[in-house]
Structure formats: structure tokens, C-alpha cells
Ligand binder design. Sequence first.
Ligand SMILES: *[C@@H]1O[C@H](CO)[C@@H](O)[C@H](O)[C@H]1NC(C)=O
Length: 377
Amino acid sequence: MDSKFRVTIAATLAVLSIILGLLNPANKTVSLFAPSTIPGSHDQLHKAEIIQVTGALGPESLAFDPNGEGPYTGVADGRILKWQGPALGWTDFAFTTSNRKECFRPFAPEMEHVCGRPLGLRFEKKTGNLYIADAYFGLQVVGPAGGLATQVVTEVEGQPLCFTNDMDIDEHEDVIYFTDTSRSFQRRQFMSSILNLDKTGRLLKYNKSNKEVTVLLDDLAFANGVALSNDRSFVLVAETTTCRIVRLWLHGPNAGKSDIFAELPGFPDNVRRNSKGEFWVALHAKKGLFARWILSNSWVGNTLLRLPLSFKQLHSLLIGGKAHATAIKLSEEGKVLEVLEDSEGKTIRIISEVEEKDGKLWIGSVLMPFVGIYNVH
Ligand SMILES: *[C@@H]1O[C@H](CO)[C@@H](O)[C@H](O)[C@H]1NC(C)=O
């Protein structure tokens, strides 16, 4: 290392340590970097009720079976759990690998490629089968009784999937739309994928009748949540790094064309349709001043990744300090209908999915040890 470079690093570190100090929730000047509140939002999500996921972390996606039971959720140690109500709590339902001897720690990112990391979950209503997007093992399926899931898709165009993330099922045409977030980064490197402004994500289609996998959209910046419209005329895919939702038309005059469905004030994770055909988008975090700077200059993220910063510090820079929760409801046309926040992260934080069922919002998080339940009215 030459001395000039050393001085640059030292100066950058000094600036960063000041910023990190300011981002510390204990610091009163935190508002300097914290993302602003969203105009018209209801800062109400702190009223959510919490269900602890005992002994586990990161209930990323939530799904109810065709009988309305659950929710089911995938957690960081690779298990898929089923919520059986307050008396029975969470019980083991399914696994994406049988090799689970070393999979007992609630949070061990270095073991994810062995234990699996189930993300997006969707039940096929007509069969009761649960489809699982496992970040490491691809698309899998397990029957209504649970147990060990079987592989459905592991590769596309002769290359293994790298970071399978979410899906939706078209039961009429028997096809599954799913995302491979990146070709270069695995799930545990998600921060690197974002800070590098990686654009190797894809939206894929699996046809159950001929078992073919096709690439529908390529070059996406962190392809994440997937949701079909009520009439199946289009499919949405969340592009986390660019903070937007892309729409791909499947039927009608624009079939095959894609456009921007919504620009969001933060980083979208999963997208879920409610019974009215509206979409709930969970934001991992809002986009603050620092995130804007990182996202508009590729060298900033690259430099940050070379510095001796911990995951916590990088994450704190990206989310603007204090963890918070933001859920956005979009109309079928992509208009913002409602914004709900827990802006100070009093009860829930870093949310990954909002699933509306019977007047309640069930809220997941990829990092927290709990599920939130919020009464809509
Ligand atoms: C799925 O494959 C079958 C058999 O090749 C074909 O007839 C059908 O059109 C395909 N469906 C879609 C939605 O691509």
C-alpha cells in the first residue's frame, strides 16, 4: 500500500467514523442522515402485535395454506415453520435439505449453503403443495404434510441458479414466475450486491407441463419479490437496488413489454396481492441521504466494501441509522394508496413481506426474530 492511498483510507475512515457516530441511535443528531418520513404516511405500525419466532430468526415470507391455516414461514436456520396458534406455537413443517446436522444455530450465514435459506413461499391452491424459493437450492416443492422438499428447478440455460428469491404461481396456465436475484452474489452477500450496483438479476418462468425454464427479464438490479396481477395480465418484480417495481405484461396488446410500475422511497422486498387485487410492498428500509449517494456513484459502494467495516456498520449506513418499518399499498395501476410506518422501529423493523388476510396484515422480516400482526381497521 503506498502512503498516499493510506492517507486516503485514513481520511475516509475518519469521515465514516463521524457518520457512523451520527447514525448511532443514541445520538440526537441522527436526523441528519435518517430518511425523512413519507408525506401522507400513517406512523401506526408500532401498534402491531408481535409473535416471537422462538429459537429462530428471519421469517422472510409468510404463506397460508388453502385451508387458511398458518402462516408458514422460512427462517435463517433453513427450516420452514408453521404457526399453530398461541397454544401450540411454531412447529417444524419442512426442510429444503436432509443434511441438517450442523443447522441448529438461529443465525449462521456461513452455513446457509449447507442448511438452505427458504425465502419466498407460495401454496398452490388446487393441490395444497407448498412451493419454496430457497436462496441456495433453487425452486422446490413439498406436499401438504410437509417433510423434505424436492427440487423443481436448479438451473437455467445450463447454469445453476445463484440466489433464488421469490415466486408467484399461475395455476390456470401451470407456470411459476420466479426471481434469481443475482448471477454474481449469493444471499449472504446481499449487501455487496447492492453496494456494487450489481445488475445480473433475472425474472424467470418455469412451465410445469414441459419443465422448461425461460428468462423473461435480465439485467435487473437485485430482482426480488414477485406478484401476478389478479387477472394474470401482468407480473410485478421488485428491483431492490433501484427502489422500483417493474411490470412485465404477459397478455394483451403489450404482452412481452415491460415498464416501471412504481418508484418507491426505499428498498422493496416482497410484493403480495390482497383479495382486492392491490399490492402490499414491504420496504427493507427507506432510502436516506447516504443511500442516495451510494446508489448514484458506483465507486462509493465499492470503496465502502474495501474498508474494514462490519456488516452492522455497512447496513446502518445503507438504512440511514435506526431500523424502521415501511409498508406501501399500491393500486392495480401502481398508485400509492396507503403508507404505513413504524418510523422509529419501536415494535417492528426491517420488514420483508406484508400478507393481508381477514383484515390483518401479517408482517415478516429477514433479520428480526418475530412476525408482526397489524389490524387494518
Ligand atoms: C407450457 O408448455 C406447454 C407444452 O409445451 C405449452 O403448450 C404451453 O403454451 C406453455 N405455457 C406457457 C404459459 O408458456
